[in-house]
Design a protein. Structure first.
Lengths: 205, 205
């Protein structure tokens, strides 16, 4: 693509570095901004700048936060003895939306993925070990994705903590509510048979 | 969605104002930026800011440009007697890519679209009339999309200029090169029969 303006070219190049945004989409977005009032671009640029420079991570759970200790960790209404281990802030948001979990979180910041060059030391795993070894946590609930990387991460943490007195569980994997059995993939269906649960538990809701 | 950080929420809100980007995608993009070096966000914010505040429109053709008169209008190797009327900079880029047009452009900045509240006065139509009336242009080639809005815009300009001594043409509409006849829509196929061209012209390439 040949641009009639270096400024336009630069903006498109930067925009197209975002995941899933190619050159054409980037050009469409940038041209849209050009048609909108200047204030919109100003606000976008300022909010991105402020977000990137001022955002903090909670010093307890490493979730994204504006303050040193996030709202959830600072709350007196949460059960500090049960901690849910998640990949990133989106998982915290998804679990909070269910209103089914009243414990705290630990945000790893990703999962172990040798293919992407992410090892245990790139994640907040050591911080989790230290946090557990303080002895105040009774149960860790792992809520990582049911992928190879998620399982690897679960297993790595499990090995590090198996000598420590802490209960470890993982969220249930199985057929989703309202999903059709016939369309479920074999692995999920197979696991859901192997890990079947007492009927009275399933009827609770 | 409930965010754990106001800064994050603001950045996502601004990002999701872009067309085709919902809240979820915006969050994914913003979290991506958080994982990348600070410099990437800085460069994105700066380039958007500079683009929006410093970009100019060529005073002759209204194409996006870094200078008063764009490269194409300033070039001595272009034929200033033939002007191609297009909607926006993307069309200029597409036509330039073909290397088939050596004239100048006139960028309207959109097409007449009452549904979107865009009338003739929101576009550079008056500027085109003034430009043509100077008497240096011999032919206008309309390259607007073959939609209701494109045709309306063509017709509006045609009416304004029919008393003026200038040739007006539109780019050929018909079956695309390599397209299968059986899959062409009826209107395109019908028009391509009505506007058939001498075989020797079609064999030129």
């Amino acid at each position: 693509m040949e641009f009639s303006s270096k400024l336009l070219e630069k903006a498109v190049a930067e925009m197209s570095q975002l995941p899933g945004i190619g050159k054409r989409t980037a050009l469409r977005l940038v041209l849209h901004l050009l048609r909108q009032p200047k204030s919109q671009t100003e606000q976008l640029a300022t909010s991105l700048h402020q977000m990137r420079t001022q955002i903090k991570h909670c010093k307890v759970c490493y979730n994204i936060s504006d303050v040193e200790t996030c709202e959830i960790c600072a709350s007196h209404n949460r059960n500090a003895q049960i901690v849910c281990v998640v990949e990133d802030v989106r998982d915290v948001m998804a679990i909070e939306n269910t209103s089914q979990f009243r414990g705290l979180y630990h945000v790893l910041g990703g999962k172990i993925s040798p293919m992407d060059g992410i090892g245990p030391h790139d994640l907040k795993i050591n911080e989790l070990i230290v946090r557990v070894k303080k002895g105040e946590i009774e149960e860790l609930v792992f809520a990582l994705s049911a992928s190879m990387e998620g399982d690897t991460t679960n297993f790595y943490i499990y090995k590090q903590l198996k000598e420590v007195h802490v209960k470890m569980s993982t969220i249930a994997r199985g057929i989703g509510v309202n999903d059709e059995i016939e369309f479920a993939d074999e692995i999920t269906l197979g696991r859901s048979i192997a890990n079947r649960i007492p009927l009275e538990n399933a009827l609770k809701f």
